[in-house]
Design a protein. Structure first.
Length: 60
């Protein structure tokens, strides 16, 4: 699932109480932002699926 562009399921998509909205906390340089917003097939290199049970599976 790495490389997706579905921000709502990404661990980097965090709610900011100060601005009362969700924001991406991954660092993008200018070239990556142009690729992300300019292409329909670009996949985010910082996408991490928000799987809260990932740690539990490692403990077993």
């Amino acid at each position: 699932m790495s490389g997706s562009t579905d921000c709502e399921n990404c661990m980097n998509y965090i709610y900011d109480e100060e601005y009362d909205c969700y924001e991406c906390h991954a660092y993008f340089d200018e070239d990556e932002l142009v690729k992300l917003y300019g292409s329909t097939t670009y996949q985010c290199p910082y996408y991490q699926y928000n799987d809260e049970y990932k740690i539990v599976r490692k403990q077993i």
